[in-house]
Design a protein around this ligand. Structure first.
Ligand SMILES: *[C@@H]1O[C@H](CO)[C@@H](O)[C@H](O)[C@H]1NC(C)=O
Length: 564
């Protein structure tokens, strides 16, 4: 798992570099979508909600990245939220022209950003609908893409948003190794102690790790039921009162800690029958094995051959003194004649299992007349008992934020709806997700590898070396974006050469090509190519080492919720 992650990460870093170069190329000569599919152009929705975000150009008036230190109660170390955010169009399988989303820019970094609601959202007696799109443009091997709805309070400073900021609901995908879930966690206040406790959904649905947009919807109704939808389809139903751990309401009664098991408590259900007697014909002394009287001596048995003989090759040592050392006797070796037959020496019949063997007699077990059953402490009323029948009356929510750590960058969030109307959220989905998803699917289909002729280039290296390498690189980049392992298999010369000479050659060629395109763009592109080249070297080294840190990173990440 880790090796794969490291490999994929290293390849992606390299592929990203080539991707930039590639993108610059296509900008110079813009054409339609690779599939020829007509893309609609983005127009903002007119649907209203307590909070609705499409990352239109004024997004940064609402969203503030955090530069807080991450608090980890389990160690002295803190991590700063250094991860960068950008608002941009998707780079993979774009659906709607001009449709921007919020993008996690750095792999293996802590990211935090939040947006205050115009007005605090009070859900008492209402339905809560939380919906947003996640597009894993680099897939997701290890990382979170969940959202937090933050508790409204006076101290809600966006610049200081961290894992320690109290939230009301955490909802969305999280994946690392074998863990893959759509979290639904809510923080519930114990009305007796005033303490908050995280309630985690039992058996959460699995997150999608496709590079296509996935739409996650959470609906919590005033009757305490909830539903999670993925891409508009129901993925989980349940109730806040039954499907969370630990449960919202503690047990009414608990074991009395003062109650102790009495010394005379009989908890053995069976005892040996005191009235049973050993049967007269039970011979406890009959041996386990007896001589097999029916056995006969094998025909090839050599009764007169000894089992060992003096080693004929042994020689008396020269310094042996018969008077001091006694008579010299050669050492014995196994008689070689015996290894070819059933055996040598006097024959004895073998032993066999004694049919009369019974062993020691024990009385049979009977039900214990004094048995009182298993002991359990008596129950007493739970002093901490309370009953909250309406946990769906969440505390007022003042902001929404993403506070995540991820090994894969380029996660894009879009079309956030937070409000009270299932119908509006659905209408919003129809305007956005339902429009882009089929286009993304068609894009993906069009870019699927066509295995037979794809590794072919139109010219040979000898005829036109520059074109040949260009084509190979383009092929690798296209493939690597979708399936890095396959890309390495398909175009091994590009993957293998990335760290070495070929990279230099490619960049030289890219530079040459860029320089030959219209002056201003060309210069920029050439410069970018060079910058990308040096960045790539650092990046691929970084990619490998940070993947190796995945485990500790993941652990850090996972401690987050519990440390809050
Ligand atoms: C949840 O309940 C709704 C309404 O009864 C139903 O349509 C849906 O299929 C259910 N979802 C699942 C995952 O069972």
């Amino acid at each position: 798992m880790r090796l794969n992650a490291a490999l994929a990460s290293a390849i992606f870093s390299s592929a990203t570099l080539l991707g930039y170069v590639h993108a610059d190329e296509s900008e110079a000569a813009p054409d339609a979508t690779s599939t020829g599919i007509a893309r609609p152009t983005f127009t903002p929705t007119t649907i209203k909600a307590p909070f609705l975000e499409q990352f239109t150009d004024d997004w940064d008036r609402r969203w503030t990245p955090s530069h807080a230190k991450k608090q980890d109660s389990k160690s002295d170390e803190d991590w700063a939220y250094v991860g960068e955010w950008a608002v941009e169009e998707p780079t993979v399988f774009k659906g709607i022209e001009g449709d921007k989303g919020l993008v996690v820019k750095n792999a293996a970094a802590h990211h935090a950003i939040s947006a205050k609601f115009p007005k605090k959202l009070d859900n008492k007696g209402k339905t809560l609908v939380v919906q947003y799109e996640v597009k894993l443009q680099n897939s997701l091997v290890c990382g979170g893409a969940y959202m937090k709805l933050l508790q409204d309070n006076k101290k809600l400073h966006a610049e200081e948003f961290s894992n320690a900021t109290p939230y009301v609901i955490m909802f969305g995908p999280d994946k690392c190794g074998a863990t893959n879930k759509v979290h639904f966690i809510f923080r519930h206040k114990n009305p007796k102690t005033g303490e908050y406790e995280e309630k985690h959904l039992k058996a959460p649905p699995a997150a999608r790790t496709t590079k296509l947009t996935t739409l996650y919807t959470l609906i919590v109704r005033p009757d305490q039921t909830f539903e999670i939808l993925i891409d508009g389809e129901s993925a989980k139903n349940g109730t806040l009162l039954e499907d969370f751990t630990p449960p919202v309401n503690p047990p009414k009664e608990i074991d009395d800690p003062k109650d102790k098991k009495p010394d005379d408590w009989v908890d053995e259900p069976k005892i040996p029958d005191p009235n049973a007697k050993k049967p007269d014909d039970w011979d406890e002394d009959a041996p386990y094995e007896i001589v097999d009287e029916e056995a006969t001596k094998p025909d090839d048995w050599l009764e007169d051959e000894p089992t060992t003989i003096p080693d004929p090759e042994a020689e008396k040592p020269e310094d042996w003194d018969d008077e001091e050392d006694g008579d010299w006797i050669p050492p014995s070796i196994p008689n070689p004649k015996c290894s070819e037959v059933s055996g040598c020496g006097p024959w004895k019949p073998p032993m066999k299992r004694n049919p009369a063997y019974k062993g020691k007699w024990t009385p049979p077990l009977i039900d214990n007349p004094a048995y009182k059953g298993p002991w359990a402490p008596r129950k007493i009323p739970n002093p901490n008992y309370f009953e909250d029948k309406t946990p769906a009356n969440f505390e007022p929510i003042g902001a929404v934020g993403f506070e995540i750590w991820t090994m894969q960058n380029d996660i894009l969030f879009d079309n956030i709806y937070i409000g009270h109307s299932v119908e509006d959220a659905e209408a919003f989905r129809k305007e956005t997700f339902d429009v882009k998803k089929p286009i993304e699917l068609a894009e993906e289909e069009a870019q699927k590898p066509k295995p037979v002729d794809k590794a072919q280039t139109s010219v040979s290296f000898k005829e036109a070396p520059l074109t040949y390498i260009r084509e190979k690189v383009d092929l690798f980049v296209t493939e690597a974006k979708q399936n890095p392992i396959q890309a390495v298999k398909l175009v091994p010369e590009v993957a293998g050469g990335l760290g070495a000479i070929l990279l230099a050659t490619i960049l030289f060629i890219v530079g040459a090509i860029s320089a030959s395109s219209p002056a201003p763009a060309g210069k920029g592109a050439a410069q970018k190519g060079k910058e990308a080249a040096s960045a790539a070297k650092e990046k691929s080294a970084e990619g490998v080492s940070s993947s190796a840190d995945t485990k500790s990173g993941a652990t850090k990440r996972n401690t987050k919720s519990s440390s809050e």
